[in-house]
Design a protein around this ligand. Structure first.
Ligand code: CP
Length: 356
């Protein structure tokens, strides 16, 4: 593996050696750099692997003998667990290393940590970090596969893939993965959201029209440049600030959590204090919910057949009311379906990245 990566970097296309492209495809850093063909191939593979990945069929052995390390420098419930389950059901062994338990707390660099993990014969590193660019940094430091499980505000590619798999199933697009004609709103703290960046990249590559919605400081008009318009065609990405005018047009509405940890100022549940504090991302939960929360009342604006989504974790009563998240009021909720697809998609990504 080390030889392959080194040679592929040094010498474009050498006989019998993988190309740069192939070397790149043994890792998954983001969807903005992924080809449409790769995205469709991964989604197709996720559908094939889904029964085994979900424990509905016998576990598979396609990754037998491979070892996957989950190297998470930030908390996670869904992503870390589903990578571990997917790897195990495909026959791989999993080593889990969280930041508190790693030597990062003793001053070791992320790069050195990754290189040391690789030196133990690990075949793939799945990594999450608060810094944008961390996955790319690790990818450049090691020769094994690197899968980005979320790096700061940059990308969360397997979340983007699982969102697409969920939408494809819900709208019967799971043979061709052609999303032309589908309209998807991504609502809330878009500026902080790696989920939104990966979803925008993936959905628009498959032809969906995406509208980003939120107050101007959380969904600025400048975000429209995330997608370059093709010559002569209107852009597939737009930005709006008024959720009530957008909702009736949408087939799917993806709500986002406010990422207090990526803003200055107090978060949810901060105790009142007389100290002068930096302003947080919202004036109050009530004001935010009134402005762009998917409340039970507001969900009634959605058209028949439309669906609601959320990557999790949900702050119920802030960006989304509990009954809407649970599908008990108004549109169908795909929230837990997204979680299930997460296992199948991660099985597909691990299989591709480790050449199985
Ligand atoms: N959607 C998501 O990334 O969830 P976790 O933070 O729990 O992994």
């Amino acid at each position: 593996m080390i030889g392959e990566r080194t040679m592929a970097r040094a010498g474009d296309m050498l006989p019998g050696v993988v190309s740069m492209q192939a070397a790149r495809e043994r890792s998954l850093v983001g969807l903005s750099g992924a080809s449409v063909e790769r995205i469709r191939r991964l989604l197709t593979r996720a559908c094939e692997l889904r029964p085994a990945a979900m424990g509905e069929a016998e576990p598979m052995t396609i990754l037998r003998g491979r070892t996957v390390a989950t190297l998470f420098f930030e908390s996670s419930t869904r992503t870390r667990t589903s990578f571990a389950i997917a790897a195990q059901r495909m026959g791989a062994s999993v080593v889990d290393l969280s930041s508190g338990a790693s030597s990062l707390s003793k001053g070791e660099s992320m790069r050195d940590t990754a290189r040391n993990i690789e030196a133990m014969g690990v075949h793939a590193i799945v990594t999450r970090a608060p810094q944008a660019g961390a996955a790319e940094l690790i990818h450049d430091a090691v020769a094994c596969s690197v899968i980005n499980a979320g790096d700061g505000r940059h990308e969360h590619p397997t979340q983007g893939l699982l969102d697409m798999a969920t939408l494809a199933e819900a709208f019967g697009r799971d043979r061709e993965f052609d999303f032309r004609g589908l309209r998807v709103a991504i609502v809330g703290d878009v500026v902080s959201s790696r989920v939104a960046r990966s979803a925008v990249a993936g959905l628009t590559k498959l032809g969906a029209r995406v509208t980003l919605v939120g107050p101007p400081h959380l969904a600025s008009k400048g975000l429209a440049c995330l997608v370059e318009p093709s010559a002569g065609k209107p852009s597939l990405l737009s930005v709006e600030h008024d959720i009530d005018t957008v909702l009736p047009e949408m087939d799917a509405v993806m709500m986002l959590r406010i990422q207090f940890e990526r803003h200055d100022g107090p978060g949810l549940g901060s105790a009142p204090s007389n100290e002068v504090k930096k302003a947080g991302p919202i004036a109050s939960v009530r004001a935010y919910r009134e402005h762009c929360g998917l409340t039970v009342e507001r969900a009634k604006l959605m058209k028949p057949g439309a669906v609601v989504m959320h990557p999790g974790p949900i702050n119920r009563g802030v960006e989304m009311d509990g009954p809407v998240a649970d599908g008990l009021a108004g549109p169908r909720s795909l929230v837990l379906r997204q979680v299930s697809w997460g296992v199948a998609v991660r099985a597909a990504v691990l299989a591709e990245c480790m050449g199985a």
